[in-house]
Design a protein around this ligand. Structure first.
Ligand SMILES: Nc1ncnc2c1ncn2[C@@H]1O[C@H](COP(=O)(O)OP(=O)(O)OP(=O)(O)O)[C@@H](O)[C@H]1O
Length: 266
C-alpha cells in the first residue's frame, strides 16, 4: 500500500482523566491504514472511541501513545491537509453560506479574491450555488450541513474527516446527503474517513469499515464492502452484498468473529 497510503494509524492509544481523576482508556493500540481516495467508516458501539480516534487523526487531540501520519507527515495538531465536518455545522449566524465557507479560508491568509473563488467552487460542489447568499437561519438542516462540507472542502484537504455528519438529519435528507457524498467523492477523489454508529450507512458508503469494540476501545476487524464502482445507493441497498456485509458488520460490532468470502477470518 505504501505509494498509495494516505493515512497511517499506528498503535494509537488514548488515556483520558475523568472529572474524579480516574483514568479512562479510550483507545488501546489501534492500527489501520487508509489508501488514497478510499472511503473508510469508523463504527462500533457507543463509547468505543470512534470520535476520539477521528479527533486524533485531525490533530484536535494528542494520542497518549502511537502515531498518525497523513501522506507520510506526522500529525502534530491541525493542518491544511485535513478538513473536518461535525454533526452540526456550527455556522456563524451573521454570515451567508458563502461567507461561512470563506471564513474557513481567512486563517490561511489567502488574498480575498482567491478566497472568494475557492469558496464559490466549494459551494457549487455541494450543490448550494443558488443559496450562497442565504444566512444559516434561511437554510434547511441538510443545506447547513452542506455548508459545513463545503467549508471543509474549500481548503482542498487531502483527507476529509466527518464525525456523524448526517445523524442529526431527518431520514429523507440523510439519504439524499449520503448519495451526494458519493457524488462529491467521485468528483474530487478525496480520501474520506467518517464516523457512524449506523450499520447501514457504514456498509453503504464505505469501501472498508473499521470496527472498534469498547472497554477499552480497540480495533476488532476491518470489513471490505466490495461494491466496486457502483455509486447508486438504491442499487447498493438492494444488492446481495449489502445484506451479507450488513450481517457481517453486525457480528463484528458485537465483538464476534466472522469469516469473509475470501476465507479471511476477522
Ligand atoms: N475529554 C474526555 N475526558 C474524559 N473521557 C473522555 C473524553 N472524551 C472521551 N472520553 C471517554 O472516552 C471513551 C470514548 O469516547 P468517544 O466519544 O471517543 O466514543 P464514541 O465511540 O465516539 O462514542 P459515541 O458513539 O457515544 O459518540 C468514552 O468512555 C468516553 O467517556
Amino acid at each position: 500500500m505504501s505509494g498509495d497510503l494516505a493515512v497511517d494509524v499506528r498503535g494509537v492509544s488514548k488515556v483520558f482523566q475523568d472529572d474524579k481523576g480516574r483514568q479512562v482508556q479510550a483507545l488501546q493500540d489501534v492500527s489501520f491504514q487508509v489508501r488514497r481516495s478510499e472511503i473508510v467508516a469508523l463504527t462500533g458501539r457507543s463509547g468505543c472511541g470512534k470520535t476520539t480516534l477521528l479527533r486524533i487523526i485531525m490533530g484536535l487531540e494528542q494520542p497518549s501513545g502511537g502515531s498518525v501520519t497523513v501522506d507520510g507527515v506526522p500529525v502534530q495538531g491541525c493542518g491544511p491537509n485535513r478538513g473536518i465536518v461535525f454533526q452540526n455545522a456550527e455556522l456563524l449566524p451573521w454570515r451567508t453560506a458563502l461567507g461561512n465557507v470563506e471564513f474557513g479560508l481567512e486563517a490561511r491568509g489567502l488574498p480575498k479574491a482567491e478566497r472568494r473563488e475557492a469558496a464559490e467552487r466549494a459551494i457549487e460542489l455541494v450543490g448550494l450555488g443558488n443559496a450562497a447568499n442565504r444566512r444559516p437561519h434561511e437554510l434547511s438542516g441538510g443545506m447547513r450541513q452542506r455548508v459545513g462540507i463545503a467549508r471543509a472542502l474549500a481548503i482542498d484537504p487531502a483527507v476529509l474527516l466527518m464525525d456523524e455528519p448526517f445523524s442529526a438529519l431527518d431520514a429523507q435528507t440523510r439519504e439524499k446527503m449520503q448519495g451526494e457524498l458519493l457524488e462529491i467523492h467521485q468528483r474530487t477523489g478525496k480520501t474520506i474517513i467518517f464516523v457512524s454508529h449506523d450499520i447501514d450507512e457504514s456498509v453503504l458508503l464505505a469501501d472498508r469499515v473499521v470496527t472498534l469494540v469498547p472497554d477499552p476501545g480497540r480495533l476488532h476487524g476491518v470489513l471490505d464492502t466490495g461494491f466496486g464502482d457502483s455509486t447508486d445507493l438504491d442499487e447498493r441497498r438492494s444488492s446481495a452484498e449489502f445484506a451479507l456485509r450488513r450481517h457481517e458488520l453486525l457480528q463484528l460490532v458485537h465483538g464476534r468473529e466472522i469469516q469473509q468470502q475470501d476465507g479471511v477470518s476477522i
